[in-house]
Design a protein around this ligand. Structure first.
Ligand SMILES: *Cc1c(COP(=O)(O)O)cnc(C)c1O
Length: 407
């Protein structure tokens, strides 16, 4: 069988092989193209590349072979297994230097002064601040509501014809609340509203927002997609290929939040193991959540895999597993929480998530420090809340470390 007639069917095979192009020096991996600019054979060729008549690289803020490979792989993973009108879904990703750069491109590429954004009240702290501190200065208003209440979501859409974008994040940081992508997307479409979903916590291994007709997915690739904490990065993925190559590619180039060749190289290697890592992250998390839920020092565990979690049903409906992320509160509140964090011996005290190591952080003083306290508490980000990204270590070691830090 020739290579071209062999069709890759599995998720991991796609994660390993998709996006890779044969390299002219027969290197197995695409080498890091550490070059800021690209050479034209003639002036004519330069003109053709600028006009788009000829494919080819020009300048690394615009594009480079390492970015292209990462973009093709992300597009293949987000569209994995989705068929629309009898055809496999085609998506285009645009890689960025961070998740926030990708989210900025999404916002600036979609919104004009006078437009409104509808979003859920539990969001990544940076996204929340981008909306309330930067976009509001451009006369773009954000409406924050509890989007788990579909009647409320519809009411907001009806009352505000200026809403151009529904922005959701599920599971959401750091309360691990889940919103119903399918139902919200349907409502938004009936009001001509564009839909974007931050899929960072779930990754395309656990959740495929494009199945529910969303227009865009954004990622902080810094987290589970990279998987090893070696580089910051982000991506916006879209189904309108023409618009992705023009509007969003242009917006990225002009805002300047491009990735770096080395970071893109690290991301490509990391994504190859997404399935095996996520399986281990998730099975560890289910055991750790059970353990914490039964621990006498713990007041509350937010984990969508627990039947007591208010969004348990929604999580099961749209995710393959309930995921590696959880948060919890100690009975002793903030002081007990600080003591617990300081007592950890193996789990790592750090913000961020999605690395092989278990990471433990305190949202109120770290990731959500910039969110006003009253809002924070209203969103469920209490002073004693602890967030944990469960790693791929031996689960018995994770539980033993948590247990000794709790005692
Ligand atoms: C980390 C994160 C971001 C921001 O990504 P950066 O890569 O840090 O810029 C956005 N959304 C979610 C859900 C995140 O966890």
């Amino acid at each position: 069988m020739s290579k071209s007639s062999f069709k890759i069917k599995g998720f991991s095979s796609t994660a390993v092989h998709a996006g890779h192009n044969t390299e002219s020096n027969h290197a197995h991996l695409t080498p890091v193209y550490a070059s800021s600019t690209y050479v034209f054979d003639t002036a004519e060729q330069g003109m053709e590349r600028f006009s788009g008549k000829q494919d080819g690289f020009i300048y690394s803020r615009w594009g480079n072979p390492n970015f292209d490979e990462a973009e093709r792989k992300i597009g293949a993973l987000e569209s994995f297994g989705i068929v629309e009108n009898g055809e496999p879904l085609q998506l285009k990703a645009v890689l960025h230097g961070s998740g926030m750069a990708a989210i900025s491109t999404l916002m600036f590429g979609n919104l004009n002064a006078g437009d409104k954004v509808l979003t859920h009240y539990s969001l990544y702290g940076g996204t929340q601040e981008l909306l309330t501190r930067i976009l509001n200065k451009m006369n773009i208003e954000v409406i924050i509501a509890d989007l788990r209440d579909l009647n409320l979501a519809e009411e907001k859409m009806k009352q505000n014809p200026q809403i151009k974008l529904l922005y959701i994040e599920t599971p959401a940081n750091p309360t691990i609340q889940c919103v119903d992508i399918g139902e919200l997307s349907k409502l938004a479409k009936s009001h001509n509203i564009t839909v974007a979903c931050d899929n960072t916590f779930a990754t395309p291994y656990l959740q495929h927002p494009f199945k529910y007709n969303v227009d865009y997915v954004v990622h902080s690739t810094t987290k589970f997609l990279n998987g090893h904490g070696t580089a910051v990065g982000g991506a916006i993925v879209g189904r309108d290929l023409e618009k992705m190559s023009t509007v969003f590619e242009k917006t990225k180039r002009l805002l300047g939040g491009s990735s770096s060749p080395f970071d893109a190289f690290m991301l490509v290697q990391g994504m190859k193991t997404l399935e095996v890592r996520m399986e281990r992250h998730c099975s560890n998390a289910e055991k750790v959540a059970e353990f914490l839920n039964n621990h006498p020092q713990i007041a509350k565990v937010n984990y969508p895999g627990l039947t007591t979690h208010p969004d348990h049903k929604v999580a099961l409906k749209q995710m393959k597993h309930p995921g590696p992320m959880m948060s919890f509160e100690l009975k002793g509140g903030l002081e007990a929480g600080k003591k617990f964090i300081d007592g950890l011996k193996m789990c790592v005290r750090a913000v961020s998530l999605g690395t092989c190591d278990t990471l433990v952080s305190h949202p109120a003083s770290m990731t959500h420090y910039g969110v006003p306290e009253a809002d924070r508490i209203r969103y469920g980000i209490t002073n004693g809340l602890i967030r944990m990204s469960v790693g791929i270590e031996d689960v018995n070691d994770i539980m033993a470390d948590l247990d000794q830090a709790l005692s």
